[in-house]
Design a protein around this ligand. Sequence first.
Ligand code: GLN
Ligand code: ZN
Length: 758
Amino acid sequence: MARTHNLGFPRIGGARELKFALEKHWKGALPHAELEALGAKIRRENWERQGRLDFAPLGDFSFYDQVLDWSFLLGNVPQRARPHEGHPLDAYFRLARGRAAGETGSGIAAGEMTKWFDTNYHYIVPELSRRTTFRLDPSRLLAELREAQAANVHVKPVLIGPVTYLWLAKAKDGSDRLALLSELLGVYRELLQELAREGIDWVQVDEPALVTELDDKWRAAYRTAYEALRGSGCRLLLTTYFGRLGENLELVASLPVDGIHLDAVSAPGEVAPLFERLGPERVLSLGVVSGRNIWRADLDKILDRLEPIHEALGDRLLIAPSCSLLHVPVDLQSETKLDPELRSWLSFAEQKLEEIEILGRALREGRGAVREELEASAAAQKSRRNSARVHDPRVRAALETLTPGRARRASPYAERRKLQAARLGLPLFPTTTIGSFPQTPEIRKARSEYKAGKLERAAYERAMQAEIERAVRHQEELELDVLVHGEAERNDMVEYFGEQLQGYAFSEFGWVQSYGSRCVKPPILFGDIRRPEPMTVEWIRYAQSLTKKPMKGMLTGPVTILNWSFVRDDVPRSVSCYQLALAIREEVLDLERAGVQVIQIDEAALREGLPLRRSEWQSYLDWAVDAFRVAVSGVRDETQIHTHMCYSEFNDIIEAIAALDADVITIETSRSDMELLDAFDRFEYPNEIGPGVYDIHSPNVPTEEQVVGLIRKAASKIPPRRLWVNPDCGLKTRSWDEVRPALENMVSAAKKLRAEFS
Ligand code: GLN
Ligand code: ZN
């Protein structure tokens, strides 16, 4: 008979308890013991929620990041963060967050953080070198096992697989990570033996690296690893997720493990081939409920696929979510303000467990045993399929007028440049900022009071206008060349637009962990997108009325809005992206009509949408770039289009960036000391570019000399007449005390170089 299990549950708590406790602890206001007690409470509650399944995960809880936990378990802790004295959690948080230099000694660099596969979760990159050694420390895991035993839950420990661990890591000295494999495997064997002694039967070994393109060395490592782990006492469930196995499918099928978990949501076509290669004994776990989105599953459709497999496999079939539920919010029950129809289409982590349980019961006892549940699921599918709120014929008609690949500006950049230069009259090395200015407590207060209905619209507008005035005054005093309104009215660069677009909904508590205590609440893109009315024009018009200098219109681009939302599963992402592009295009045209001469469309998250497999990059970039061009190409040649990106890894997508054909692009680079510009050795970027010269992530104020140095460096690779001078990113997290002197130095550096170069 089929069994059910889960791969991981969100650990932030239903009301983000963990976040608040961590932040209190870091301020010194919550003792270790209380933090630990909260961790235990969250684990207990999560296990209770998962009691409805045959196995619950163990080890999926983390105070910061599961990869960092794993580095500690493996004894791979960089020297700088080693526990000396004090509580073991101190060393852990030191590595997670770094420590500023101060009374307690010199600073400690935080571990590098990077994206967990193609999700918006970020993990702490394990650090390796030729000299790395491992030493097993399973104390935390075992203590959690005791808790589970005391609570009488049937658990399955979750391990990060040895090959994926090395794959996620970075060798600081450039050495070969795989040289460490054999020593690492010794530690894994030891761990598995220990778990077996504790009576553990199944262990989930996460190897998501298997859904990426691996070279022969890494593929061979998989064989070595699982040969070495065979017979170490526990049964291994080799777990892959986030994509299809593709050319790694044969490899996976041939590894000596006791079971295989496949993400059947992203790789439905691989269920059959894997099933065929399963053999007479192994277990197949199918991830049939998406752990990546918030849509209610179509249970009948899933059962149609599962029943024949169940017939053949019986208790060798496991039912699960596609991946850990870490990537979805905790519980839909908390959402009392969502419209009931929309709500009936959704499923958060708790509801997904329910869906898995229902599927298990349907397989074991027949669909009749869960008839009501299946009917409710079918009714939700039907209402969503037919809802006029999801399907808007006007939007479809507008989309049909688009011919992919045909969106372009009237004239090429060289022509546009002349017209723009004549109109804007900017100096060499023009200065600007990326959009936001410090979000002071007063701004936040006004916004939240207005949202809560405690502040009248008129009073709110006055408060925001006063902020805009302040921002303009600062910029005029600083003698910046192209001004911004400061974005005081925006809580978030996606939410602000989503709230004004048809087809978007917002949860109240739909938080998802991004890293450590940081959570995001992605908006829910549920239907066809339309812009009922202008979204930014009045603010920008007001800002422009205060100055003679050009005021930038400031928008978020379609690709970024898409990549930071929960997206539809009933149309391809590209369709929603084009719909967003059409909505932004109308806004761009309204801004132009209002006399705005420079419009910036931020694409902070363009890179984040890249598929895991390189072979799939180009098709993503094709529609993403095209959608951006749809958004911006309606304007006249003399209107200057800017875009902004928050990262500096450009080398591998520079052709796509150039294909955006923005007149000006501003990018992050100051932290990496203009390393980005190496990309320009290989490829001559044709338009104007503003490599960030002021690292806004740091409280340090750059000096004039530092800025001069960075611009000079940039000018050695890019013709000075195409260079802009600007910070790395928006300034909303900084204070005016930091921003004023930093921008002063930036502007004076630009002036200095102007004199030198002209
Ligand atoms: N315009 C936005 C700002 O200045 C851009 C933010 C971002 O790139 N993340 O805040
Ligand atoms: Zn940015």
